[in-house]
Design a protein around this ligand. Structure first.
Ligand code: HEC
Length: 454
């Protein structure tokens, strides 16, 4: 049905394009905002990638007839910066992100005004031709790298019954390599669309005899398993891939294994699935200068014990981690569960200066969005800098996502328990490189707060 519907749509759009060739709509300031003259263009840029037939989103935002019934809900979600799922405070710390999908303040105002004026279609002659979208099967990064992954690793299958407590599936998968190879990028996904419903998140830990990795990952409190050499990748809705920055990568050694840690939750139907990891390698013989380590910076003082959220209360928790070598932080991905509402990260520099880095002030448990810092804004920090991560929880009725405000909540793996850490790719650099960097860069501008549109 989808294919026919979209084909028909495209033909109609073709006719419309011909009809208005050479007569692009002019937009005078006093011209009313309509779907055809402005709003559809914002949806093309910022919504349709997810909101089109055959995706996980609840509705398509392509044609006016599809959009119109959702107008009120669209206004509410965009004005509160809940949609697109980009929940970071734009005025705190790092300002630019390489995967930014957010709406500008002007775009939000355009949508709000359009809904307030009755969400008119306007003149269909103003409609742009329908945008075509690539098919969703296949790996997203294949488009960027122009080739399929060099390695595809699959966990063994797991069957989640219709009703069950949460389950953790931790199989081991060998990576068959004859020589050390450097990883350029990784992408991870549940094996099937049905599998997306039960997969809460999935971790691919790397198991190999790798003393260097243990030394650095231990310094930042990473989870430790047998011979664990750090986490290669974490998948959750909103985090599908990691492309390492120019000159950085992760190292795979012969004899290595992936140790999966997949968290499944039951959704009322029996579903069998596995998780797949696509790996793009650097060419043989090419060694990037730096290694990157996926690190969980804790917002608790001690994993497993330090979270205490009584019924019907608000709670705050934080954690501090000292960097044992100079490092660049590549991204920020807060991880909390149902009661989480916000998480921030700042660096306390050895001279006492506090450098704000990022603050997800509208955290939404449905979205574990990964915020990737733009190349020239990824914070570079000296040895001895303290990473301070702070998490906020709301265990009251005021919090929409709260399943039961009368429960005491503590640290734990289940969705109804809580956790608080920020997943960050940390690239350690040498002292010399740090000094060179510091000589070239002045201190970051002072933070500014506020600016949320309501
Ligand atoms: C990264 C994918 C993605 C992008 C980009 C995105 N959405 Fe969504 N949207 C979803 C998913 C998935 C849901 C359902 C889960 C949820 O509500 O969070 C959703 C839910 C919604 C809802 C709530 C529907 C309901 O059930 O009431 C609205 C409204 C919405 N999106 C509007 C938008 C608009 C407008 C844009 C662009 C300005 C946008 N979304 C961009 C994926 C996306």
């Amino acid at each position: 049905m989808d294919a026919t519907f979209r084909k028909a749509g495209r033909e109609i759009a073709g006719v419309i394009t011909l009809a208005c060739l050479g007569a692009l709509p002019t937009r005078a300031a006093d011209q009313p905002i309509t779907f055809s003259n402005q709003v559809v263009r914002i949806f093309e840029d910022k919504c349709q990638d997810c909101h089109r037939p055959g995706t996980a989103a609840p509705m398509s935002l392509i044609r006016y007839e599809e959009v119109r019934p959702w107008a009120r809900s669209i206004k509410e979600r965009v004005a509160t910066r809940n949609m697109p799922p980009w929940h970071i405070d734009k005025y705190y710390g790092v300002r630019h992100f390489s995967n930014d999908m957010s709406l500008s303040d002007a775009e939000i105002q355009t949508i709000v005004k359009w809904v307030d004026s009755g969400s008119p279609l306007g003149d269909p002659k103003d409609l742009p031709p329908l945008k075509t979208w690539p098919s969703d099967d296949g790996w997203q990064l294949s488009r960027q790298f122009n080739r399929p992954p060099d390695l595809v690793l699959k966990s063994s299958e797991y069957t989640m019954p219709a009703q069950s407590q949460d389950q953790w599936w931790r199989p081991l998968t060998p990576i068959h390599l004859d020589e050390p190879r450097w990883v350029r990028a990784v992408e991870m996904r549940p094996g099937t669309t049905a599998g997306r419903k039960i997969t809460h998140h999935a971790l691919a830990h790397l198991v190999q005899d790798d003393p260097d990795a243990r030394r650095l990952s231990e310094s930042v409190g990473a989870q430790r398993g047998p011979n664990e050499a750090g986490t290669l990748m974490e998948w959750a809705i909103g985090k599908n891939f990691d492309v390492y920055r120019e000159g950085t990568g992760k190292l795979l050694l012969p004899g290595s294994h992936i140790w999966w840690d997949i968290h499944y939750h039951a959704v009322g139907e029996k579903i069998t699935d596995h998780v797949e990891l696509g790996v793009w390698l650097y060419p043989k013989g090419e060694t990037p200068k730096y290694r990157t380590y996926l690190t969980g910076f804790q917002a608790v003082s001690r994993v497993g014990a330090a979270l205490d959220i009584p019924p019907n209360t608000l709670a705050v928790s934080d954690g501090f981690t000292v960097l044992r070598a100079p490092a660049r932080l590549e991204n920020f991905q807060p991880h909390m569960h149902l009661r989480g509402t916000a998480m921030s990260m700042e660096a306390i520099l050895p001279d006492g200066t506090i450098q704000p880095i990022a603050n997800v002030d509208k955290f939404n448990f449905n979205w574990m969005t990964n915020y990737i810092f733009a190349d020239d804004e990824a914070p570079v920090l000296p040895k001895g800098a303290i990473i301070h991560v702070k998490a906020w929880f709301d265990n009251t009725t005021a919090h929409k996502g709260n399943p039961d405000p009368n429960q005491w909540v503590g640290w734990g793996d289940r969705t109804v328990d809580e956790m608080a850490h920020a997943w960050v790719n940390v690239t350690y650099i040498s002292e010399e490189d740090y000094k060179e960097w510091a000589a070239q860069h002045k201190k970051a501008p002072a933070p500014r707060t506020g600016g949320t549109i309501q």
